[in-house]
Ligand binder design. Structure first.
Ligand SMILES: Nc1ncnc2c1ncn2[C@@H]1O[C@H](COP(=O)(O)OP(=O)(O)OP(=O)(O)O)[C@@H](O)[C@H]1O
Ligand SMILES: [Mg+2]
Length: 133
């Protein structure tokens, strides 16, 4: 099998130095594979996903042996470098659209905003790509 797109090795996340909400999880995702992380509410699925992009709140501390995205160690990237990866090499559809989308902007313009940040496309091509998505 080809190299995995995403490798997470021994990830743990603790809040406020005392509440461990993700406890030593490891997994791999390969190209073309659908991977589902299943668990009851509050079991740490979102925190696991947010960890991959280093989008955790300030009171969280992350520990992992490796988080590799396309062979690139996410843990070694600066915030500036992560901004170039988020929305380009990996996308995130947040749960709860009422708080993750802006109600005074159309969905189309919010999708276009992400594409525009990473790709130099004409107005028409931008709109076309957003419609495809
Ligand atoms: N900012 C925070 N401060 C402290 N604890 C938090 C914070 N955010 C999340 N948690 C805790 O981390 C744990 C995991 O939360 P997470 O959102 O990952 O659950 P989930 O599996 O995605 O749940 P759901 O299925 O409801 O989306 C929960 O116990 C939650 O209360
Ligand atoms: Mg969740």
């Amino acid at each position: 099998m080809n190299n995995p797109i995403l490798t997470v090795e021994h990830l743990s996340v603790t809040f406020n130095h005392r509440q461990t909400v993700v406890d030593d999880i490891s997994f791999e995702i390969h190209a073309g594979e659908t991977f589902a992380l299943v668990g009851e509410s509050g079991s740490g699925k979102s925190i696991t996903a947010l960890s991959v992009l280093r989008l955790l709140p300030n009171n969280a501390s992350l520990n992992a042996e490796a988080i590799n995205l396309h062979g690139d160690d996410v843990l070694k990237r600066s915030e500036f470098e992560l901004c170039k990866i988020r929305g380009r090499r990996i996308g995130f559809i947040f749960q709860d659209p009422m708080s993750s989308l802006n109600p005074v902007m159309t969905i189309g313009s919010q999708i276009e905003e992400v594409i525009k940040l990473h790709f130099d496309l004409s107005r028409d091509a931008l709109q076309q790509r957003a419609l495809e998505l």
